[in-house]
Structure formats: C-alpha cells, structure tokens
Design a binder for this molecule. Structure first.
Ligand code: UT7
Length: 333
C-alpha cells in the first residue's frame, strides 16, 4: 500500500478585536503613518486584550478550522502548536488548547521556531501523517507578540501584532499530491539578530524581557534565505515558479515580499498580502494569510500553493502543497 498523503482539509483564523493604527504610534513616538507604510507596508495591527493569551486565540482559530473541515475535536489525533509566546513557561500552550477544545484523544506539544514556526510544524505534521503515526492533526500558529514589545522602541514596536491561524491536516488515500515538499533550515550563529533576552533560564544582567532586533541585517538575511529556500523547494519538486497559483509568504515587511515575488517572476495577484492589516504575527502569519486566501476564494481545488517564512533563530523554511480538500472530504464519506 502507498504511504498516505497529507492534505489540508480545513483552515481557520482569529485576530483580537482591538485595532492599533500607525497614527496611534505617531501620537507618542517619533514616527509617522507614512514612514511605517512605506518602509513596512503596515497600516494597522491587532492587539490582544489583557485577558487574552495565546491559547485563547489558538482555540478560536482551531474551532474555525475544524468547522471548515467538517470535523469535531474528538476526531483529532494530535495538536502541534507553533508559538514563541506561550501562555506559561510550562505546560505547553498546546495542552491548554487540547483541554479547552475537548480533543481528548489528541497528543499535544508546542514547537518554537518563532516566525518560521508554522512551516516547521507543518513539516513535522507531514512526516507524522505520512509515516502513519497520526491520521488527523491540528496544526496551529498562535502568538501574542504584543507582550514582548518595548513600546518606546520605534524600530520594533510598530512591526508586530497578535493573531492565530490553524489548519486540519489529514491522511488521505485518494489525494495525489497534498503537502508535497517541505524544507526547514536554521543557523543558530545568528541567534542575537532577533531575540528576547528575559524570561528563560539564562540569567542576563542586561536582560530585559523585550524583543530586540537588528532590523537592517535581519532584512538582508531574510530576503536571501527566503529566495534560496523557495527555489530549493521548487527545484526538489520539479515545479517552475510559473506553475505556482498562490505564494503565501510570512508577512514581515512588504519590501521583503516584493523582492521575493520579483525574484520568482510572480505577479502580485499571485501573492497573498495582509501585512497592511495585521503586521508581523510571527508563527500566526502564514496560517492567517492562508485562511484569508481560502475564505476570499483565492484557492481552488488543485491550486499549487507555496508557503515560506523566515524568523528568529535564525530559522527559515518553505513548503509546496496542492489544495485537495474537497477530494479528501468526499472520499471520507
Ligand atoms: O519576522 C522576522 C523577520 N523580521 C524581519 O524580516 C524584519 C526585517 N527588518 C525590517 O523590516 C526593516 O529593517 C525595518 C522596518 C525594521 C527598518 O527599516 P529600514 O528601512 O531597514 O530602516 P533602518 O533600520 O535602516 O532605519 C532607517 C532610519 C533610521 O534613522 P537614521 O539612523 O537614518 O537617522 C531609523 O532610526 O529610520 C529610522 N526609523 C524610523 N523612523 C521613523 C526606524 N524605525 C522608525 C520608525 N519611524 N518606526
């Protein structure tokens, strides 16, 4: 018998209701709406309320993904939750989500590859489904980045936002391609490029619990790594950029996305962009963008979709998939 193919059968996302605009920053920082829009592509971002934590966002996104897959929490064998902003140091946020959903058959663990977390989680989930160790998984990216921000630092605070996205991944005997090729990479020598120096076991005298980033260096490394990564995945799959129906990139900076699209020769109508409304939501960025693309009707049965992300670690990765949700749902009956 052939190994099962891993296919996405449902997507969901959730963003907190509070909107913070560029003008809100300009009211107390030396910045402006035009600087932020031109240098980053961001107009506004969502900020979690004091009562909302990463698991709350994740549960709401997961419920929507299950609903769109026509499944219930009891159908799920495992939950992989990508986050760099867990509710607690331990237990994992995935365990809190498992309990809240009532997914009582599911194992649960967190995975931290920061902004690349969802690509990493999908890569792990794909292997589990293909090996037969899990049949139905919830893969979630959820972040409350706002808790890590130094609101007086105009170089970082304006970039990030909060949100969650989720997919249901199933083993399919009928799908042809599903998740095709995923490649994940890391280079820990650059760990300082984007980091939060407090809150872990390393006692640092200079430590603050706030995110620090070398913006310019990160930008250059992100552009180079994303380009290499997508080209590696396309070449390993024998697919040319012209065969891609939709690129769903990590939403860190519109100029990084533009550079990637130009390198691939992809017109912007084949690129999912929602950074203007959410900013950089780290591990939630790709699944939120994917869910919006699906709900906006930009994904059809058979669409070839390329996911890619770069983040702290540094980590990066890409994945090529074919959308076969309807085929799998029909073959379940
Ligand atoms: O998710 C992980 C991956 N993250 C990323 O990929 C982020 C990558 N980096 C970036 O997106 C960009 O580097 C930033 C948006 C963070 C910064 O843009 P930039 O064009 O690289 O600006 P810069 O850091 O070179 O700064 C240019 C100037 C500086 O002023 P001086 O030194 O030239 O006087 C900054 O102080 O812009 C200044 N600046 C600002 N001005 C107004 C930095 N932030 C702001 C701001 N408003 N918010």
């Amino acid at each position: 018998m052939n190994a099962p193919v891993a296919v996405i059968t449902g997507t969901g996302s959730y963003a907190p209701s509070r909107v913070m605009t560029n003008e809100d920053f300009a009211s107390y920082l030396e910045t402006s709406d035009s600087w932020i829009r031109e240098r980053t592509g961001i107009r506004e971002r969502r900020i979690a309320s004091p009562e909302e934590a990463t698991s709350d966002l994740a549960v709401l996104a997961a419920r929507k993904a299950l609903e769109s897959a026509d499944l219930t929490p009891k159908d799920i064998d495992g939950i992989i939750l990508a986050t760099a902003t867990p509710d607690l140091l331990f237990p994992s946020t995935a365990c809190l989500v498992q309990a809240r959903l009532g997914a009582d058959k599911a194992f649960a663990f967190d995975l931290n590859a920061v902004c690349s977390g969802f690509i990493y989680a999908m890569s792990v989930a794909k292997s589990m489904v293909e090996s037969g160790s899990a049949r139905r998984l919830l893969v979630i990216g959820s972040e409350v980045m706002s808790r890590t921000l130094d609101w007086s630092d105009r170089g970082t605070s304006i970039l990030f936002g909060d949100g969650a996205g989720a997919v249901v991944l199933e083993a399919s005997a009928t799908a042809k391609r599903g998740l095709e090729t995923f490649r994940i990479r890391a280079d820990g020598r650059y760990w300082e490029m984007i980091h939060v120096p407090g809150g872990g076991s390393r006692i640092s005298e200079k430590g603050t619990p706030y995110l620090r980033m070398k913006g310019g260096e990160t930008f250059k490394l992100a552009v180079r790594s994303l380009q290499e990564s997508v080209l590696e995945v396309l070449s390993a799959s024998g697919v040319s950029p012209g065969e891609i129906d939709l690129l769903v990139p990590h939403q860190a900076n519109i100029r990084i996305i533009d550079a990637l699209a130009t390198r691939l020769g992809l017109p912007m109508d084949k690129v999912m962009v929602n950074i203007d409304r959410y900013g950089n939501t780290s591990a939630a960025s790709v699944p939120v963008a994917l869910d919006e693309a699906v709900r906006e009707g930009r994904v059809a049965e058979g669409s070839r979709i390329l996911l890619t992300a770069f983040g702290s670690g540094v980590t990066w990765g890409s994945g090529l998939l074919t959308w076969e949700a309807e085929l799998q749902k029909r073959s379940r009956l």
